[in-house]
Design a protein around this ligand. Structure first.
Ligand SMILES: [Cu+2]
Length: 154
């Protein structure tokens, strides 16, 4: 009699445990659904005759990853740069790749890291949007829409 009770309890507990693990697995799956999130991609409108333009955005990752490269239809190619002030002059240096870690969003912003669109194929006009594709080592490619704004508006 006591044995039978134990067996039943074990069965109930096992069932509860399996349900709990299934819920846990579902929860984990949900948090890993977006390995990479790219937010707030924007660029300043370009003056007449400009051949380069900067693009800024923020990247969050759910797992460690590396940003390898970027491309767009509106420019021949894109370089990644960092800027820093040296002797009162802003200097840009190539940024070959960007290491990304969870819980530390990486921001491309004026005066810091930025994407540099090289050899623009068309001027960037305020109000327009254009696609830019980011290539990650693990997450693969992500295409975002870059919003072009009036210079000085943000
Ligand atoms: Cu640059």
């Amino acid at each position: 009699m006591i044995m039978r009770m134990d067996e039943r309890m074990t069965r109930v507990l096992r069932k509860a445990l399996i349900t709990a693990m299934a819920l846990l697995a579902a929860g984990c799956g949900q948090s890993q659904r977006e390995p990479v999130t790219v937010n707030d991609a924007w660029a300043n409108a370009t003056p007449v005759g400009a051949t380069v333009a900067g693009v800024y955005l923020e990247i969050s990752v759910g797992q460690p990853d590396t940003l390898l490269a970027a491309s767009t239809t509106v420019a021949d190619h894109i370089e990644m740069h960092t800027s820093s002030e040296e002797n009162g002059m802003m200097k840009m240096r190539p940024l070959p790749t960007v290491q990304l870690v969870p819980a530390r969003p990486f921001t491309f912003a004026p005066g810091g890291a930025h994407f540099m669109l090289m050899d623009l194929r068309q001027p960037l006009a305020a109000g327009m949007k254009f696609p830019m594709t980011l290539e990650f080592e693990k997450a693969g490619e992500r295409t975002v829409q870059v919003e072009v704004v009036e210079p000085g508006s943000r």
